[in-house]
Design a protein around this ligand. Structure first.
Ligand code: FVH
Length: 309
């Protein structure tokens, strides 16, 4: 079954007669909230803003935003409110103090958090009559308002569809599914990818620096390897989804011998060997469980359960 989310790359302007931009509210004007409100303004949306520290709204007000005197006023200024605060505790504190303003509103919470917090906040908001979408921003503030800003949403599809034209002003917007926790899970999965790639690069860089190869020299080589490995993902995903791991290019026990070299090189060079040893230990467990002749993605079985000590 293909559950791939639909990606709507609709940040680019359309030549068709555009509907009048809907009013939007942005609560939270940190680095990201200011970028979000700025993108709405540039796209022509009447934009109401509110921030605990009001001075952060100054530039946006100069650009045409309306500063609401209270968070409750901001929430009732229009049908759609985007919230982007430090964390979910701040969101619940803020919304809890404005509960009466929530009935009939749609909230899109782009604050980072985990899936349990997203589901719990959706339940909480629903009990107060609000429609709720959770979201995750996979971009930095300068990218907001361009197609490079990928913003993931989860929650009721009808609520996403109702506000997609406005949300599209922020970037490439995607609806992942009805489960409110999905956006947060994709966010964490993306972070796992990002940090794993960076950690692998740092490991190699640390090794090469011991012989005088600087980071800038290694970076293009590392980039080529990362891009090449990325090409393997669709085929490896098929193996994982089918539960069959034939060694088409390399067996795990072959990889494990290379892992031993990585540990030995790291230790001999006097660089940190924790990460290579962790990978080696996971492979050793899979081999001990009889998977040595299978291909690398068979390690999904190690990743899919807590380590049994
Ligand atoms: N900045 C980024 O690149 C990342 C990209 C990925 C997604 N994150 C998430 O976005 C959330 C906000 O991040 P931010 O960069 O805008 O963060 P700050 O600049 O620190 O602004 C924080 C805002 O939250 C307000 N706030 C905090 N606590 C409360 C509270 N108890 N009541 C009301 N507002 C609160 C804060 O207000 P103030 O300090 O200016 O008065 C700021 O508006 C975050 O989840 C990232 O993980 C951004």
């Amino acid at each position: 079954m293909n559950n791939a989310p639909e990606i709507n790359n609709s940040a680019a302007p359309s030549s068709a007669a555009a509907p009048t931009p809907a009013p939007v509210t942005v609560i939270g004007l940190g680095l990201m909230g200011q970028a979000l409100a700025g993108a709405f303004l540039r796209a022509g949306h009447p934009t109401t803003v509110w921030n605990r520290t009001a001075a952060k709204a100054d530039r946006l007000v100069a650009d045409g935003a309306h500063l609401a005197p209270t968070a409750a006023d901001a929430l009732t200024a229009g049908p759609l409110t985007i919230i982007c605060l430090t964390d979910y505790d701040a969101v619940r504190e803020l919304l809890g103090a404005s509960e009466d303003a929530l009935d009939g509103r749609t909230l899109v919470n782009l604050t980072s958090g985990d899936s349990a917090q997203a589901r719990e906040t959706a339940r909480w908001a629903g009990k107060r009559g609000a429609r709720y979408l959770d979201g995750a921003i996979m971009a930095v503030p300068p990218a907001i308002g361009t197609a490079d800003a990928v913003i993931l949403h989860s929650g009721p599809a009808a609520d996403f569809a109702a506000h997609e034209p406005a949300l599209a002003a922020l970037g490439t917007v995607t609806h992942l599914g009805e489960d409110h926790g999905l956006a947060a899970l994709y966010d964490v999965a993306g972070l796992a990818m990002m940090w794993s790639v960076l950690n692998a690069w740092l490991q190699g860089t640390a090794l090469l620096r011991t012989v005088g190869v600087d980071a800038a020299t290694y970076a293009p080589f590392a980039r080529q390897i990362a891009a090449g490995v990325a090409e393997w993902l669709p085929g490896y995903a098929e193996q994982i989804d089918s539960g069959s791991f034939p060694a088409e290019v390399s067996a795990l026990e072959t990889d494990a011998r290379a892992m031993a070299h990585m540990v030995e090189e790291s230790e001999a060079a006097g660089v940190n060997a924790e990460l290579p040893k962790l990978i080696q230990a996971m492979a050793a467990r899979a081999i001990a469980a009889g998977h040595g002749a299978e291909q690398y993605p068979v390690l999904i079985e190690e990743f899919s359960r807590p380590r049994a000590d």
